[in-house]
Design a protein around this ligand. Structure first.
Ligand code: ZN
Length: 308
């Protein structure tokens, strides 16, 4: 068997979402503001359907539960990763995610370490990444006094940047960003600040200030990551990050690549088109090369984010 699992993305309506997931990626969506595409997910809040092959019609979580040999006999009770594309037409709330220990204890969910590959960015696009409070007491005081500009650290980003957001990092995706996110399979978010935005009924979205302060890393510790580029002409491989939660790489394929494989890999095509083991692939396709595929053949002009 040579199972490659092609997946149907699950789209999510978000007040900050836009139209690019439809117009640029071709995902079908009934929503006016589509914020997220859960592209490779076995999470109960958005479990992707397999679209072809012997598992067609099953969800990723079903295949993960019944055919663990496809995933290197991983002993985690749930599929560990989730790949999303986010279209921030407007600012996302400032938020923080818990660690595994906190999330499993209170929510039976995994913690959420996440990382972002910036697919596209407006000229002035920025993220919130970290804060300036020296202690929980100072943090709480600045929150109570609405001193957000003083508290939050803003960072300008551009297309091609890569950012690691460990659990406990106060963060927000700013408007004008299109992001591919690789994260632990988790849906636990604590919202710290939502810019006092109001919905049609004049209500602000709920905040979770106590939980945010509980799980936030205070004082903030900047995490520096080093990416490594391996040129193997005509292709290029970039190691974006290696952590205990996920390894993420960018593969740029020009022509034909043959590569032995012994671990399942999540792949998201972010540019171009071509083939994987004779299956046509193009920008916006997401699939899992399972552990029973001994040899990968990629051909075409392709940029792919690969994770495991
Ligand atoms: Zn987040």
């Amino acid at each position: 068997m040579n199972d490659i699992l092609f997946l149907k993305p699950v789209v999510k309506e978000r007040i900050w979402g836009g139209k690019r997931l439809n117009t640029e990626y071709g995902y079908q969506t009934p929503y006016e503001h589509t914020g997220e595409c859960w592209a490779i997910s076995a999470h109960p809040n958005g479990d992707c359907m397999i679209t072809s092959g012997r598992f067609a019609g099953k969800t990723l979580s079903q295949v993960y539960q019944s055919n663990r040999e496809l995933f290197n006999d991983l002993n985690s009770d749930r599929f560990p990763l989730l790949t999303k594309i986010l279209d921030a037409h407007d600012d996302l709330s400032v938020q923080v995610h818990p660690s595994d220990t906190y999330a499993l204890k209170h929510f039976n969910d995994l913690g959420k370490n996440e990382c972002w590959y910036i697919l596209d960015a407006d000229a002035d696009a920025a993220i919130i990444y970290g804060h300036r409070a020296s202690s929980k007491k100072v943090f709480k005081k600045m929150v109570d006094e609405d001193q957000w500009d003083e508290l939050l650290i803003k960072k300008y980003v551009k297309k091609g940047d890569f950012i690691f957001v460990p659990a406990g990092t106060v963060h927000a995706i700013g408007k004008g960003l299109l992001i591919l996110e690789t994260q632990q399979s988790s849906d636990t978010t604590f919202r710290l600040y939502d810019y006092h935005r109001k919905d049609d009924q004049g209500n602000e979205r709920a905040l979770h200030i106590k939980e945010s302060i509980d799980v936030a890393t205070i004082p903030y510790q900047e995490v520096i990551i080093e990416t490594k580029v391996h040129d193997s002409k005509p292709h290029r491989f970039t190691e974006l990050i290696h952590t205990e939660y996920f390894d993420v790489e960018k593969w740029e394929i020009r022509g034909v690549l043959h590569k032995p494989s012994d671990h399942y890999l999540l792949m998201s095509v972010i540019e171009g088109q071509g083939f994987i083991n004779q299956n046509p692939i193009k920008k916006g396709d997401h699939f899992i090369v399972t552990a029973n595929v001994p040899q990968i053949e990629l051909s075409g002009d392709l940029e792919i984010i690969v994770s495991k």
